[in-house]
Each structure stands twice: as C-alpha cells, then as structure tokens.
Design a protein around this ligand. Structure first.
Ligand code: PA5
Length: 475
C-alpha cells in the first residue's frame, strides 16, 4: 500500500547557521535574513509561476499517475523473476540517482546477499576499460538484463557501453536474446537510441522531455532499477508529493526548501562560504551526497546570468561522510579557511540497533563504551562535531529524517530539487541547463573522429601540443 500521509518525516535545524555562538561574519543575522526576504519571495513566486505554467517538469513527477508506476513495477517484476543480474548503462543524471536510491534503501551489501531473490544491481557510470571488463568477468550473460539510460541518446560513454554489451549479447546469444535482455530508457521521440529501439524492436521507457538528467530520479530513469530491486517506488513518489505540498508555501519558516536555499545563498554571497559540504551520518546516504553534488554543481555553477552578464558563480559541493571523515576532513573544516557551510544529515532512528559489549570493564579507555549502542556512538559523534564546529565559528544545518525509508528519501530528494529551483531564481541563472558539460562532450566527439567536429579536433590537438619537456616530467 502506498503511504499517503502528507507528513514528510524530515526536520531542518538551522540553529547553527544563526546561533549567537557564531560571530556575525559567519552567521546569518536577523538583518541578513530581512535583507533577503523580498528576494526570497520573488524567487518563490517565480518558481510557483513556472510550476503552474508547466515549465518545471520535475515538479510534475510527484503526481505521476498510479497507472504509470504500475507499468514500471509490472515490467520490473517480470525482469526480476527472469534474471539474476541487472546492469544500468548510464552516466551523470542517468546513474547518480539510481545509485543513491539503491544504497539508501537496500541492504548495505545487497549484491552479496545469498538468499536475495531479486537481481543484483550494477550501475556502470564510467568507461574505464578495466571496470567494464571486470564486470564482464563476473556476469552470467544469459541471466543478465541491461537497462540503457540516456536522455539524449548520444552520450559517448553510455553509447560506447551499449555498443560493447549489445555486440557481446548478439554474438554469443543471438538477436532474440538481445531483444529480450535490453530495455532503453530515453527521450520519447528524439535521439539515436529511440531510433535503434524502433528499428530493432527493443522495449523502452520514456523520460519526460521537460525533465533534465539530474532531476530525473523520479522518472523511469531512477524508478525502474529501484523497482527491479524491490524498492517501493509508490512510497518514494508519495514522499516527494508530501514534500511538494509542504514546499508550496511562501512562508520561509514553513517551507524547508525555501529556507535551505536562502541559507545557502546568504552563506555563499554574503558570508564568503563558497564551499557547501554535505555530511550524512548515515552510511546509506553516502551516495545521496554524490547525487546532490551533481545537482548543485551542474545546476548553479554557471558563467552567465539570465541577462547575459558574466557571473561565474556557484558553490562548490563537497561530499563527506560521518563518522568516517571526522578522521579525514573535520580537521580542515574546523581549522582551515572560513569558507564552508556544512549540512549534516542524520536519522532519528537507524534501521538496526547494535549493542557494544561491556567486556574489558577494567580498562578505563574502553569501559565507557560498554553497554552503549553504535546508534548512541554515531549520534554522539554527529552532535559533538556540530558543536565543535559551531564553537569555532563554523556554521552548519542539520537535516534529520524520522527514519530512512522510501517515503522520507523521496521527500528529501525532492526538497533538494526544489531548493535548487529556488536557488536558480536567487542567483538569476538557468538552473536547468549545462552548457559547460556540452563543450566537453563535443570535444570528446571531435577527438573520437565524429563527423562534423573536425575543426574542434584540430583545436584540441593544438592545445595538447603546447606541452613541452619543461612542463611535463616523468620519473
Ligand atoms: O544532468 C544532466 O543533464 C547530465 O548530467 C546528464 O544526465 C548526463 O550528461 C547524461 O546525459 P544523457 O542522459 O543524455 O546520456
């Protein structure tokens, strides 16, 4: 049964971005907040207008009809019954959401579970030859299903992976097996992959044309692989819907996405915090920070504003993990430059409780741990790091989930998407394009000899020729 309650199960605590513990240079003062009120209201209104006019495709996804979700679930269940392994070929927005959802909601060692009746899941988001061949070494090809995900249908990494795997399957198992073992998730009309699907009779799922890659986790891009592994995608979408309803509120204190967008914006533009660290204290959310890293970087990192002025703006997203990175990054966060705002993510209740045995009662350095739980320890570490940073004038926000499940994850991911839409308005940039990525893609096409890109090939070669024995040394 889908969870239809409208409560999101998410708390945003911004005390440590405002607290008196911090000096004015590193906190948001009432004056800072009131100075931005009217801008925040304008940003909210602009996002609302765009949503009402159907221009922000991502905001339609929480209302995806049940029948569409049923179709995805039925296809996924059929594949889960017939295959032992499921491979996603995709990159960027066509992979990061899938990875984040999988690690958040499935067993931490899902692929290694002996009695798992659902297929193992591999998401290949790179073209390193060792990585691809390594996977080939372990896949039982006749029991493996391939989901090729590319909105444009032309991305070099995804399409080269596709060329490799389709060739192997066709040669070893034949054309019939190829049709049975592949499904394309792509644009409903455009792109090479759509053409191949039509010509070769491959099943497809469509990505709505008005939803860009990094906002597509709630389309078949993210939903299909999630459903194959048994994740409740209806609850995931219900969570996004609950958050959407919460975010349709211009009161900054009632709208977590608006508040979070405003905090990040003030920190970046008025408090010299160009670094945005996301640090979950939940191992399962490690890859969520990776997904958010792309969402923030590609959406807000822009050269031009909407009026064509050169602005070169955008916070640099940094992903960290508690408690792991307390022993790696926190030294820098506490004593390095005052250039970071940190977002901690925690849960009220972990899905497991692990008690620490009270052996070695006579060793003072260990006895304090005895009879406590790992739950208490990791929570204490999160609180201690938050306080230690605040005491050194390092601002932070804390997002807490009541528990990590499909519904709260849907709500959280949607909150971040909404935050980024608001941020686009606050910065007056287009948060939905990625011209900086396109140039790299085009130069790659040129280097790989794609027709029509010959001039650009020369340009890259000239640049590469500038290397000399004074600037490149091998030892
Ligand atoms: O957010 C984006 O639009 C990009 O990161 C794309 O997802 C990425 O470049 C892959 O593109 P495509 O899905 O067209 O293969």
């Amino acid at each position: 049964m889908p969870n239809t309650s409208s409560k999101c199960g998410i708390t945003l605590d911004f005390t440590n971005a405002f607290t008196d513990n911090l000096n004015d240079a590193n906190k948001i003062t009432p004056t800072d907040l009131s100075a931005v009120q009217s801008k925040a209201k304008q940003a909210f209104t602009a996002v609302e207008e765009n949503i009402k006019n159907g221009l922000f495709g991502f905001a339609k996804l929480p209302y995806t009809p049940e029948s569409e979700l049923d179709t995805i679930i039925a296809t996924a269940d059929d594949i889960a019954r017939n295959f032992s392994d499921f491979v996603v070929l995709g990159i960027g927005g066509s992979a990061l959401g899938n990875i984040a959802v999988q690690s958040a909601l499935n067993h931490p060692f899902y692929n290694l579970l002996k009695d798992e009746v659902r297929p193992r899941l591999f998401i290949l988001d790179n073209v390193d030859p060792e990585y691809i061949n390594g996977l080939l070494d372990i896949l039982p090809l006749e029991k493996t299903f391939f989901n090729v995900i590319t909105k444009s249908g032309t991305t070099a990494e995804t399409m080269s992976q596709y060329l490799i795997f389709q060739d192997i399957i066709k040669k070893r198992l034949g054309d019939k097996a190829f049709r049975k073992q592949f499904l394309f998730t792509t644009d409903p009309e455009k792109g090479v992959l759509r053409k191949i699907a039509d010509k070769e009779g491959v099943r497809t799922l469509s990505i709505p044309q008005d939803v860009g890659g990094r906002f597509s986790v709630m389309t078949p891009v993210g939903l299909f692989s999630a459903a194959v592994t048994g994740i409740n995608i209806k609850n995931f979408i219900a969570g996004a819907r609950a958050m959407d309803q919460t975010c349709r509120n211009q009161d900054i204190f009632a709208n977590p996405a608006l508040m979070y967008a405003v905090i990040q914006h003030i920190m970046d533009t008025s408090k010299n915090k160009p670094m945005a660290v996301m640090m979950p204290y939940v191992q399962a959310l490690k890859d969520l920070a990776d997904w958010y890293r792309q969402l923030l970087a590609e959406s807000i990192g822009k050269q031009y504003d909407r009026n064509g002025n050169i602005v070169n703006l955008g916070q640099t997203p940094i992903k960290a993990l508690g408690a792991t990175d307390q022993h790696s990054q926190v030294q820098l966060y506490k004593e390095g430059p005052y250039d970071k705002i940190i977002t901690f993510i925690g849960v009220k209740n972990y899905r497991e409780t692990v008690k620490i045995p009270d052996d070695y009662k006579d060793i003072e350095q260990l006895s304090y741990l005895g009879n406590k739980t790992l739950n208490q320890l990791i929570k204490a570490e999160q609180d201690a790091t938050t306080v230690a940073l605040a005491r050194s004038n390092r601002p932070s926000c804390t997002i807490t989930l009541d528990k990590l499940d499909a519904k709260t994850l849907g709500a959280l991911m949607y909150m971040f998407e909404y935050q980024i839409a608001i941020a686009g308005e606050l910065y007056n940039i287009d948060a939905f394009d990625q011209p900086g990525v396109e140039e790299g893609k085009n130069l790659t096409y040129a280097m790989m000899g794609r027709k029509g890109y010959e001039d650009q090939k020369e340009l890259v070669e000239q640049e590469l020729d500038k290397k000399s024995d004074k600037t490149v040394i091998s030892w």
